[in-house]
Design a protein around this ligand. Structure first.
Ligand SMILES: C[S@@+](CC[C@H](N)C(=O)[O-])C[C@H]1O[C@@H](n2cnc3c(N)ncnc32)[C@H](O)[C@@H]1O
Length: 297
């Protein structure tokens, strides 16, 4: 892989008229260098368990009209004790890693923007509590269930064959959502609908049946946690317009970038792993590849 060029001074990293970007760096270091409100859609698929003990965080905030602190966009926040995350170390570690990054996602979303947070069923409930606090409960739009059918089936419980995607909007009165842009599915009982409806197909619900990335298919990059383009395409198609900027700051193999490229959106894909950046540089050849060492932005 050609070495990623170092990013310039703060503020140089991204501009609305600049090229699509693949960024090598810790997202905690990169995100503060991106301007507020720049992205119509953020898709993230964080590691489910970082495996590292994190610094304990004892306080958190919820949005509240009578709150004692002024936060993003002049909104008021109420400081709450972290009683919830004292009961479970795993929750506390996960909170400490993810929460500041989700706050950045909120800051970076445009007023009509949407966050898609892709999670494992073991973590989704923790993250929902966090996102309710960061975005506000009224900004929760959906929980999408991605159902697949692959791998061994235990006989000791119901085999778990799904992921969860939490969807939050920056502003429930202004968010962009275009159902007409979404690919349609065959009806389950096609005999019960008119030929016209059968031909058109039905709008997907919040349960999406989709195969995993085929080990022999065109999409396969070899990156271990790669997600199918078909899933991400629906999200990008519904929640952004051609020309809009979209962001993935746990980008892995760059699935969001690949979809964005095909649908005429602009993208920033960030990952801390050099192997991920190498895969993305090959998959997204038109993007500029830059490196952001910690402490430079
Ligand atoms: C589950 S994978 C994402 C897979 C991706 N959705 C795809 O389709 O290929 C999570 C990614 O987050 C990256 N990651 C973990 N911690 C990070 C951090 N602090 N900053 C940037 N990337 C990070 C990992 O290197 C990994 O590639």
């Amino acid at each position: 892989m050609a070495a990623a060029a170092p990013a310039g001074p703060s503020g140089d990293l991204w501009s609305p008229d600049g090229p699509d970007l693949v960024v090598h760096g810790d997202n905690a270091a990169v995100l503060p260098g991106l301007p507020e409100g720049s992205f119509t859609m953020v898709y993230i698929d964080p590691p489910f368990n970082t495996g590292r003990p994190q610094k304990r965080q004892e306080l958190s905030m919820v949005r509240s009209a009578s709150g004692d602190r002024i936060g993003f966009s002049g909104q008021r926040y109420e400081t709450i004790k972290g009683a919830l995350h004292r009961y479970d170390d795993a929750f506390s570690d996960y909170w400490a890693f993810l929460e500041p990054r989700l706050v950045e996602a909120w800051r970076l979303l445009a007023p009509d923007g949407t966050l898609y947070l892709h999670l494992d069923y073991r973590e989704a409930h923790y993250a929902k509590v966090m996102l309710d606090a960061i975005f506000g409960r009224d900004c929760f739009l959906n929980e999408i269930i991605w159902a697949y059918d692959y791998g061994a089936r235990t006989k000791r419980r119901w085999p778990t064959k799904h992921d969860n995607v939490l969807v939050y909007v920056k502003d429930p009165a202004r968010y962009h959502f275009d159902a007409a842009e979404v690919d349609r599915e065959p009806y389950m009982a096609p005999g019960l609908v008119t030929p016209e409806k059968r031909e058109l197909g039905k709008l997907p619900t919040d349960v999406w049946w989709h195969t995993i990335v085929s080990p022999t298919g065109r999409e396969k990059t070899g990156y271990p946690t790669q997600k199918p383009e078909g899933l991400v395409r629906r999200m990008v198609a519904a929640s952004s317009r051609p020309g809009d900027w979209v962001l993935d700051f746990f980008a892995g193999s760059g699935t969001l970038g690949a979809v964005a490229q095909r649908l005429g959106r602009r993208f920033v894909c960030i990952d801390a792993n050099p192997q991920a950046v190498e895969v993305m540089a090959g998959r997204l050849p038109s993007a500029r590849v830059v490196a952001v060492p910690e402490g430079t932005v």
